[in-house]
Design a protein. Structure first.
Length: 162
């Protein structure tokens, strides 16, 4: 229901802008040109952000960080006999979070591969745009979770070193 209302509102606004662009007064035409220029700028900026994130993602930015964490966790496990039981429990929790992030990473990569394999159209439909936006949101969320995991791992290492 709300989605339908938003679509209708978007179509109405677009219709008014197009009408003003061609048939409006000089002031209305100028305002419509400004809006279209700003929209073009936003779309271009979003495209650049998506492209740079995709390049980072393809370069294995997240894979490398997760592999390093895995190595740190193994090193802590080998020294486990010198560490408090509470630290070992926290280590297990961090390893579980790492596995979840790896699964999420694999799902995101699969989604990127599906998007790349889809036949390209001159005009992207709203479904493809929504999927790209969702992928970007998931990547940002993954990055925040990865940063949180690294901070928690650093805290664990400090506790283990005491």
């Amino acid at each position: 229901m709300i989605r339908s209302l938003l679509k209708i509102a978007a179509l109405l606004i677009a219709g008014i802008l197009v009408y003003n662009y061609f048939f409006g007064t000089d002031e209305e035409q100028e305002n419509s040109r400004k809006v279209f220029t700003q929209i073009r700028g936003v779309v271009s900026s979003v495209g650049k952000v998506v492209s740079s994130e995709k390049d980072k993602f393809d370069a294995g930015k997240y894979d490398a960080a997760l592999e390093k964490l895995g190595g740190v966790y193994k090193a802590i496990r080998t020294q486990a006999r010198h560490v408090d039981e509470k630290v070992i429990k926290r280590l297990g929790e961090l390893e579980d979070r790492k596995v979840e992030l790896e699964q999420e990473l694999n799902e995101i990569e699969a989604g990127d591969q599906q998007a790349a394999a889809a036949p390209s159209k001159k005009k992207k439909d709203s479904n493809a745009i929504a999927k790209a936006a969702d992928q970007l949101r998931r990547k940002e969320e993954l990055f925040r979770e990865l940063e949180s995991l690294v901070r928690d791992s650093d805290a664990l290492l400090e506790d283990a070193g005491k």
